[in-house]
Design a binder for this molecule. Structure first.
Ligand code: FES
Length: 358
């Protein structure tokens, strides 16, 4: 059937082109050329900038650009000086913050100075005319392609790569084996100690009191009302040798539910106290802090990738990429009414990893 509406006329055989207006010759295939195509408007007329017309403005722009470059130099030198003058003192978070802030300020100045200077240079001083760079075909000429094939052929002939199978195979073997030292080197970056042991043991131990994070004050069972949640650290954490590292493993969330809502595993029946339960705060997906507690549903939400854990059902995963429940910290109450741990966690906290045996 004829179809004039889209520019193709019935009866036209393959190998022809049809154009509503001003038909053109096309070598092969079916070509449809819209008759109302938009003409290329070309470039707008060149508008001279103030720096093109006023030598004083031009000179001022030049000075601005060099000031920006000098600012960049000052920033970079400042970054190095600050890094040396304000070193990171192990165990002092304040020194880390100060060092990072000064270093970041210097590097920012260094990069922004160069960036802004280059942009300002290009926009106000360099020639402002629009240019067209025509594309050209990327295929090499037949003679170039033939020469390239000849190079490969000659190389193969002279090296005997395909003919000398012993040489070829031993070379392939050497190339495959060469990266192995790199694997050994990178493997050596892993902690020397057994990772399971490192993560399995935290500061929690029998009788260690549960304390508020970050104040470090111990928590009485009576302070924990139904529906409340506490961010918890082991009492005495600040006195440990590496408080930050220890906190990263030992952080805990403490919640009190109506005891009737708790569905505890039989072997963990004595791990809670009157509806108060404690779970590791470190997400079992990739280790973000699970810090959002929804008291109506008893769900804990990890903000990183939305894993959800059901506190009423031993923190099992009910949504998201996490694969394991949050480890539970067995707790009790001491003779003064403070919440204490019964022991350390009974499994490694944090993400799953290949050395885990649990
Ligand atoms: S780290 Fe918690 S969901 Fe990914």
């Amino acid at each position: 059937m004829a179809n004039d509406s889209d520019g193709i006329t019935g009866g036209e055989a393959a190998g022809t082109a049809v154009e509503k207006a001003a038909p053109r010759e096309v070598a092969s295939g079916v070509g449809v050329v819209a008759s109302d195509r938009i003409e290329n408007p070309g470039f707008p007329p060149h508008r001279p900038r103030v720096t093109d017309e006023d030598p004083k403005k031009n000179y001022a722009a030049e000075r601005t650009v060099s000031i920006l470059f000098y600012l960049s130099i000052v920033g970079s030198i400042f970054a190095v000086a600050a890094y040396i003058a304000f070193p990171i003192v192990p165990g002092d978070p304040g020194s880390i913050r100060l060092n990072n802030a000064l270093l970041g300020t210097g590097i920012t100045l260094g990069l922004l100075g160069i960036g802004f200077g280059a942009v300002h240079w290009a926009k106000s001083i360099m020639d402002g005319h629009d240019l067209v760079e025509s594309r050209h075909g990327t295929r090499g000429s037949d003679s170039t392609r033939a020469a390239a094939v000849e190079v490969f052929r000659l190389g193969n002939k002279e090296s005997g790569f395909t003919r000398r199978s012993l040489l070829r195979n031993s070379l392939i073997g050497a190339l495959v084996v060469t990266p192995i030292p790199a694997i050994a080197l990178f493997r050596d970056l892993a902690p020397a100690e057994d990772p399971v042991g490192l993560l399995k043991h935290t500061l929690w131990d029998e009788g260690v009191r549960l304390a508020r994070d970050p104040e470090g004050t111990p928590i009485r069972a009576a302070d924990v009302t139904i529906g409340s949640a506490f961010h918890v650290i082991p009492e005495g954490l600040e006195d440990s040798e590496h408080p930050l590292e220890e906190k990263a493993k030992a952080a805990v969330l403490l919640m009190r539910l109506n005891p009737g809502d708790l569905n505890e595993l039989p072997e963990r029946a004595d791990w809670s106290y009157d509806g108060i339960v404690a779970y590791s705060k470190i997400c079992t997906h990739v280790g973000c802090p699970v810090a959002l507690y929804e008291q109506q549903t008893h769900h804990l939400l990890c903000p990183c990738h939305q894993s959800q854990f059901d506190v009423a059902n031993h923190a099992q995963v009910i949504f998201g990429p996490a694969k394991r429940p949050l480890p539970q910290l067995p707790i009790a109450v001491d003779e003064e009414g403070y919440l204490v741990a019964q022991s350390d966690f009974t499994e490694p906290v944090g993400p799953s990893f290949w050395e885990r045996s649990l």
